[in-house]
Design a protein around this ligand. Structure first.
Ligand code: KIV
Length: 278
């Protein structure tokens, strides 16, 4: 069954955990979808894990549309959320609506996600007024790392925690149907989860959130540039891939690949004819 905003609403009401993973391409989206995930996030983390940037700031609308559309083709049942990239919504409410519309029309997402609290509520209101579901994202919002002075856990002081709780209430009031909580103390995430009527999806925010999200390369051990404390590696696919690549290189070099079973045959008469000619 297709997951929708109603699935998210019902999960919160029934106390059932929601699951979300990132994906950036058709094949991976299909695998994650077939595993039974509720939602796939086409995160602007693609800047880090796919494009090799140090942060998410250079990711463009074209990048998000290109990868979003590939994921949407692979996801039958998962709700596909596409990230609004840096400067595609901060500049004005008009830009936010136009760019959210492009992610739906060209990227074929089911929803969009944007970072920020009270300051982006006018954008959330305007986008949702167009019938586009919005996921909010507060806490350690990677598009603001320059303002934070690096990737730093947010909401550690009483005042900062209070601000996060007010931000969560504000984005929910503005119409967000879910809120990603990233890089905040679990106690603060638990308070937000109890306070807001919409589901919270945590990443580095403890177990009390209504759901969890991870970057799939992190949980499969495929990305080693840095591994945050909140990541659990559910498999070490990176090592399996490296071994398979090394085996391929060796077998091509020692001529054991391709084998007879990998070859296409030809009619013996045609082969004889070719032998006579060459
Ligand atoms: O871009 C992303 O992958 C995200 C998750 C970390 C929530 O925003």
């Amino acid at each position: 069954m297709k997951n929708t905003v109603l699935t998210f609403k019902q999960a919160k009401e029934n106390g059932e955990k929601l699951t979300m993973l990132t994906a950036y391409d058709y094949s991976t989206a299909k695998l994650i979808d077939e595993a039974g995930i509720n939602s796939i996030l086409v995160g602007d983390s693609l800047g880090n894990v796919i494009l090799g940037y140090e942060d998410t700031l250079s990711v463009t609308m074209e990048d998000m549309i290109h990868h979003g559309a590939a994921v949407a083709r692979g996801a039958k049942n998962a709700l596909v959320v596409i990230d609004m990239p840096f400067m595609s919504y901060q500049t004005s409410v008009y830009d936010a609506v136009v760019n959210a519309g492009r992610l739906m029309k060209e990227g074929r997402g089911d929803a969009v996600k944007l970072e920020g609290g009270m300051e982006v509520c006018p954008q959330i209101k305007a986008i949702t007024a167009c019938g586009i579901p919005v996921v909010a994202h507060i806490g350690l919002t990677p598009q603001s790392i320059n303002a934070f002075g690096g990737f730093k856990v947010q909401g550690k002081s009483a005042e900062a925690a209070r601000q996060l709780i007010e931000d969560a209430k504000a984005v929910a009031d503005a119409g967000a149907f879910a809120i990603v909580l990233e890089g905040i103390p679990s106690v603060v995430a638990a308070k937000i989860t109890k306070t807001v009527p919409v589901p919270t999806i945590g990443i580095g925010a403890g177990s009390e959130c209504d759901g969890q999200v991870l970057v799939y390369q992190d949980m499969l051990g495929m990305f080693s540039d840095y591994v945050p404390k909140f990541v659990k590696q559910f498999a070490n696919v990176g090592d399996i891939m490296k071994k398979a690549f090394a085996d391929y290189i060796k077998e091509v070099a020692d001529k054991s690949f391709p084998g007879k079973e990998n070859e296409y045959g030809i009619d013996p008469d045609v082969s004889d004819e070719l032998d006579r000619l060459y």
